[in-house]
Write a protein that binds this ligand. Structure first.
Ligand code: AKG
Length: 223
């Protein structure tokens, strides 16, 4: 739902910037349609299996490179062995605009070339524990886009999974970028406010989160 009281952009920690309502409704709808298509294949969305036998409550599909705990591969050998969908150029451009909006640094934005995205779908029960995004060989920023249900997003510190941390709400259309001194902060999603989504995004229930990253691996896989 569009906010009655505008929420200002805020630096939550050095390098960690929250820009509420960055995506318009049309862009959100386009992203929902793209994610829906990616969720069907070539590698279908799935609950990621964890090395110790559990499964993640969130469902994930990747583009560009396939992520599984704790590495990126060309093919989704833990799902169906197929190569994931390519990372489209329009997503690279979107990532650059996001970095520009967050940091106001044109050179950093122009150089930003994400080559993978993890697309997470949360139903009302799904959670994501505190973790660091550290399987990438590049320390370029992570660009996160949220659509659908609002969630509590926990932004921690770089040392431990525990306090100190800051809880913020990520609502539909929000941008969150974490790079620089915050690139390796622990972060997680302890709660999703089920049913808070505006169905006009094309997502009737649940929460979609897209995190674009730079793997630092050789050979960009584009269309
Ligand atoms: O859903 C989110 O907002 C965060 C996703 C995340 O932390 C991840 O994919 O590593």
């Amino acid at each position: 739902m569009s906010a009655l009281i505008p929420r200002p952009a805020m630096e939550i920690a050095p390098g960690a910037v929250h820009v509420p309502g960055w995506l318009g409704l049309d862009q959100q709808r386009e992203l929902v349609a793209a994610c829906r298509a990616w969720a069907t294949g070539p590698v279908p969305i799935r609950h990621t299996a964890l090395p110790r036998g559990g499964v993640m409550s969130v469902r994930t599909v990747c583009i560009g490179w396939h992520w599984r705990p704790y590495r990126y591969t060309r093919t989704a050998d833990d799902v169906n062995g197929r190569r994931v969908a390519a990372f489209p150029d329009w997503m690279v451009r979107l990532g650059r605009r996001a970095v520009l909006r967050a940091y106001g640094d044109e050179a950093a934005a122009a150089a930003y070339t994400p080559d993978t995205a993890l697309i997470n779908f949360y139903d009302g029960r799904a959670r994501l524990g505190m973790h660091q995004d550290k399987d990438e060989k590049s320390s370029d920023p992570v660009v996160s886009l949220s659509i659908g249900d609002t969630c509590v997003f926990r932004v921690g510190n770089t040392e431990t999974r525990t306090k100190p941390y800051t809880d913020i709400e990520l609502a539909s259309g929000d941008l969150f970028v974490f790079g620089g001194p915050s690139r390796y902060v622990y972060h997680g999603v302890p709660k999703v406010h089920e049913g808070s989504a505006d169905p006009a995004t094309g997502l009737r229930t649940g929460r979609l989160n897209i995190t674009m990253r730079v793997t630092g691996l050789q050979g960009r896989y584009t269309e």
